[in-house]
Design a binder for this molecule. Structure first.
Ligand code: GLA
Length: 733
C-alpha cells in the first residue's frame, strides 16, 4: 500500500487514504472489553493509539458485537480526547483530574499509560476477574486495572495494582482505585454527613460542572463527618422502585477521596480511592502497590433494587459469616458505664439468661491497674484485668456465663492509648504524635502507630491473648474512639506513607486475627459509626451504627445505612435514650441485629414479659430479617409513618415494621401501605405481632393473596397510642 501511494502525483489524496487506513487498521485491531453483570455492562475500548477508554456504562445488550458501536453513541464533543480514560494519568496529554499522578525516579512528573493485554479469570459461576495491563512507553512503570464482577448481584469491585522497575523510588502522588465514566442528562448525588450521634444525615444535590469531592482526612475513625458511600441518580433523583442509580462504597477505613466531575461534554467522571492528602506514597522498585477496592452497583429499577444487590453481595461475599446467624445480646455500657465489679456483672449475666438473649457483652472499664480504667481519661493500652473489679479475672465471667447457659463477649479498643497508661510510659515511640508539638486529644486518647510492625504485633496480641486465656470468649466489640491528630510516625522513614500504611497495618492485624479466629463474631464500633465501610466489614460480623440509640433517631439512622448494608450487620440496641415506651424501642431495634443495653431488673413485670416475648418473636422472623430481601415501603423523611419489610428468600415468611415518626395532631397511617416482594399467587396470613401484654390489636387477622397485599396493601393503623406496629406475614397453604 505504502509503495503504491508513495508516488508524488498522489500527494493530494494521501492524507485521506492514511485516515482510511488508520481507521480500518483500528477497526481490525480495536479491542472492546465488555464487563458484564446480569443487567449491566461497563464497556472498555482500546483506541488506535492504545489508550483504554470507557465507551459505555448502562444496561447490558443482548448482542455483544453491538458494544463496538457504543463509542459512537457516547457524547464526546470537541476537544475531549481523554475525558473518558479508564484510568486518567497526569502530566502528559490529559489535563483533567487524574486517577494517577506520579513522580518518577528521575524527577519527571509525566505518565502516559497504554494498553498491553488483558485477561479474564473465571473464579466461579458468579464471579469473574478482568485484569487489564497498562504500561508507560517511556518509563518502566505499569498499572493493572482489576474489575471483579459478581454477575447475579450486579456488583463490581474495582482496584489497581501499581508497580515499577525504575532505578530508584517512585512517588505516587495520586493512586485511585477506580475511574468511571457515566453519561446522562443530569446527575443527582446523594451523600451523607454527620458527627458523633448524628451519623448518616443525607443530602441530595444536582451536580453541576466542576468537581464535587467527598473525602475524609481524619485518619482512623475516618467516617465521622462523611462516610465513604454515595448514590448517583441519572437524569432525575431515583425513587425506591424507579430510576437509574449507581451506588458506590470505598472499601477503605482511612482517608478516602471520591471526585465527581461533570466534564465539558456533560458526562460524569468519577474517581474513587485513597485520599492523596498528605499521602504521596513512596514506592520502591519491584514492589506492588495494591489499592483498596471500590465497590459499585448500578440499578435501573431504583434504590430498592440497588440496595438489595449490595446487601446480598455483602452477605455472600464480604462481611464475616454473612449467611450465618447472629447472637442477640445484653450489653452493660449504658447500665453501668465504668462502675461495676464481678458481682454486679454476675447479676447481669443472670439477667441475660432471664431476658432470653444469647450473650452478655462486657463493655469498657474492665482493665488497667496502675491507671485503673474508671473513666475515659486513663488506662487505655493496659489490657490486664483490673484487680479491684475483676479479682478472679475474665475466667470468672466466662465460667459464670456458661453456668447461666449464655455466652460471653468483651469490649476492646486496641489501637488506642491514654497518655495516662503504662503502655504510653513504656513505648512513647509507638504513639502517633508530633515530637515537637503539644499533644492534642480526642476523648483523652491518642492513636497507636499501626504502620509499625511491633505495634501490629502488640494489637494482635491484645486480642489473641484474650482468646488464648479465655477459650470460651464468644464475641468482641472493637472500638476506635479517636481520629488522628498531629499525624507523625516515629517508625516511618517516609512520613507521607503514614496515613496509608496505618490502614494497611490495621488490615494486617485483622487478617491475622481472622486467619486464627475465622468466624468469631466481632462488632465494628468507632464511638458510634465512625468507621463503617466494606474495607473494615470484611473482618466483622456487624457494626455499631451510632451511639445515638434514641429510637426515633435510630429509625432515620438505620434507614439511611440500610441503603448500603444488610440488616443483619446493623447492631441495634434497646437503651433508655428517649421517652418512647419499651415496645417502640424494641420494635426499632428488631429491624436489624437485636441487642439490649438496659437494666433488666428495673423493667416492670409486663415490660420484662414483653421483652422476653420479643426475643422469641425476633427469632421467629430472624431468617427474613437476617438473610431475606429488604423492601423500604414508606420513607420517614416524607411520611408520618415509616414502613419497611423483610421477606425471606422462599417468600413464605415476612415481617413489616411500621413507626409513627411525626407527633403532630392526628398524624398516622391514613391509607393502606402496599407490601412488596411477596409472591402474588401465594396466600398470606396477616397478624399483628409483638403486642405489649394486655393490649389488643386493632388489626383483624386475615388471609390475603400476595397480589392483594402488593396492589391494595394493608393499613397498619399506626397512630397516637399505636406508635409502632409490627405485622407478621406468613404463607398460608
Ligand atoms: C464508644 C462506643 C460505646 C461504648 C464506649 C465505651 O463511645 O461507641 O458504645 O463502648 O465507647 O467507652
Amino acid at each position: 500500500m505504502y509503495k503504491v501511494y508513495s508516488n508524488a502525483s498522489w500527494k493530494g489524496i494521501i492524507p485521506l487514504l492514511f485516515l482510511i487506513i488508520s481507521i480500518s487498521t483500528a477497526n481490525a485491531q480495536s479491542i472492546t472489553i465488555p464487563v458484564e453483570t446480569k443487567d449491566n455492562a461497563l464497556v472498555l475500548q482500546v483506541s488506535p493509539e492504545k489508550y483504554l477508554n470507557t465507551v459505555y456504562f448502562g444496561k447490558r445488550l443482548s448482542d455483544k458485537n453491538e458494544y463496538n458501536a457504543t463509542a459512537k453513541a457516547f457524547r464526546l464533543d470537541g476537544n475531549t480526547e481523554g475525558y473518558n480514560s479508564a484510568y486518567t494519568t497526569a502530566g502528559s496529554r490529559n489535563l483533567l483530574e487524574p486517577a494517577i499522578a506520579v513522580t518518577h525516579a528521575d524527577g519527571n512528573q509525566s505518565l502516559d499509560l497504554k494498553y498491553v493485554s488483558h485477561l479474564v479469570t473465571r473464579i466461579n459461576d458468579d464471579v469473574s476477574l478482568l485484569s487489564i495491563r497498562l504500561k508507560d512507553s517511556v518509563y518502566d512503570f505499569e498499572v493493572t486495572l482489576n474489575y471483579q464482577t459478581y454477575f447475579n448481584e450486579d456488583v463490581t469491585e474495582q482496584w489497581s495494582v501499581i508497580t515499577h522497575h525504575e532505578k530508584h523510588d517512585v512517588t505516587l502522588r495520586k493512586y485511585a482505585s477506580a475511574n468511571l465514566y457515566l453519561q446522562a442528562g443530569s446527575y443527582w448525588l446523594k451523600h451523607f454527613h454527620g458527627d458523633w450521634a448524628q451519623e448518616m444525615r443525607p443530602e441530595e444535590e444536582q451536580l453541576d460542572h466542576g468537581i464535587k469531592t467527598l473525602d475524609s482526612k481524619l485518619g482512623s475513625r475516618a467516617d465521622l463527618f462523611e462516610p465513604p458511600v454515595f448514590m448517583v441518580s441519572l437524569n432525575k433523583p431515583s425513587g425506591e422502585d424507579d430510576g437509574e442509580v449507581l451506588y458506590g462504597n470505598m472499601e477503605w477505613s482511612g482517608n478516602y477521596r471520591m471526585d465527581f466531575e461533570v466534564d465539558p461534554s456533560n458526562n460524569l467522571r468519577l474517581i474513587a480511592g485513597i485520599n492523596n492528602y498528605a499521602s504521596a506514597y513512596v514506592l520502591k522498585p519491584g514492589v506492588e502497590f495494591t489499592t483498596p477496592k471500590f465497590v459499585y452497583t448500578l440499578s435501573n429499577k431504583g434504590k430498592g433494587e440497588a440496595s438489595r444487590n449490595l446487601q446480598s453481595w455483602a452477605r455472600k461475599y464480604k462481611i464475616v459469616d454473612g449467611e450465618g446467624p447472629r447472637l442477640t445480646l445484653l450489653n452493660n455500657w449504658e447500665s453501668t458505664f465504668f462502675d461495676f465489679d464481678e458481682h454486679k456483672l454476675a447479676d447481669i449475666l443472670k439477667d441475660t439468661k432471664t431476658l432470653g438473649v444469647d450473650l452478655f457483652l462486657l463493655d469498657d472499664g474492665w482493665f488497667g491497674n496502675k491507671y485503673s480504667r474508671n473513666g475515659d481519661h486513663q488506662g487505655l493500652g493496659d489490657w490486664q484485668e483490673n484487680k479491684a473489679k475483676l479479682p478472679d479475672n475474665i475466667a470468672f465471667l466466662t465460667k459464670a456465663a456458661s453456668g447461666d447457659g449464655v455466652k460471653f463477649g468483651i469490649w476492646v479498643e486496641p489501637e488506642m492509648v491514654n497518655p495516662k497508661s503504662e503502655l504510653y510510659e513504656k513505648h512513647p515511640d509507638w504513639v502517633v504524635k508530633q515530637p515537637q508539638r503539644p499533644e492534642y486529644y480526642m476523648r483523652n486518647q491518642l492513636v497507636l502507630d499501626l504502620s509499625n510492625p511491633k505495634v501490629q504485633d502488640f494489637v494482635f496480641n491484645v486480642v489473641d491473648n484474650l482468646f488464648v486465656k479465655n477459650p470460651d470468649l464468644a464475641y468482641i466489640k472493637w472500638d476506635c474512639n479517636s481520629v488522628i491528630y498531629n499525624a507523625h510516625s516515629a517508625y516511618e522513614k517516609e512520613q507521607s506513607n503514614f496515613y496509608t500504611d496505618y490502614v494497611f497495618g490495621l488490615y494486617k492485624v485483622l487478617d491475622r486475627l481472622r486467619a486464627k479466629y475465622p468466624k468469631v463474631p466481632m462488632m465494628l464500633c468507632s464511638g458510634g459509626g465512625g468507621r463503617v465501610d466494606y474495607g473494615a466489614l470484611k473482618y466483622f460480623t456487624e457494626y455499631w451504627p451510632s451511639d445515638n440509640t434514641e429510637p426515633l433517631e435510630r429509625i432515620f439512622i438505620q434507614w439511611e445505612y440500610s441503603y448500603f448494608y444488610p440488616a443483619l450487620a446493623s447492631s441495634n440496641h434497646v437503651t433508655n435514650w428517649g421517652k418512647e415506651p419499651i415496645k417502640f424501642r424494641v420494635d426499632v431495634a428488631m429491624m436489624g441485629k437485636l441487642g439490649f443495653d438496659i437494666v433488666v431488673g428495673k423493667l416492670k413485670p409486663d415490660e420484662l414479659e414483653f421483652c422476653q416475648d420479643a426475643v422469641k418473636t425476633y427469632k421467629e422472623f430472624s431468617e427474613a430479617i437476617w438473610h431475606g430481601d429488604q423492601y423500604r415501603l414508606q420513607d420517614p423523611m416524607e411520611n408520618d409513618v415509616a414502613s419497611i419489610m423483610y421477606v425471606d428468600t422462599t417468600k413464605t415468611n415476612a415481617i413489616m415494621f411500621n413507626y409513627l415518626v411525626n407527633n403532630r395532631y392526628a398524624a398516622g397511617s391514613k391509607l393502606p401501605i402496599k407490601l412488596k416482594g411477596l409472591n402474588p399467587d401465594k396466600n398470606y396470613a396477616i397478624s399483628e405481632v409483638n403486642l405489649f401484654p394486655g393490649t389488643q390489636s386493632s388489626i383483624t387477622n386475615a388471609i390475603y393473596s400476595g397480589k392483594f397485599l402488593m396492589t391494595v396493601g394493608i393499613n397498619p393503623d399506626v397512630k397516637d397510642g399505636r406508635t409502632s406496629v409490627l405485622i407478621g406475614v406468613k404463607e398460608q397453604k
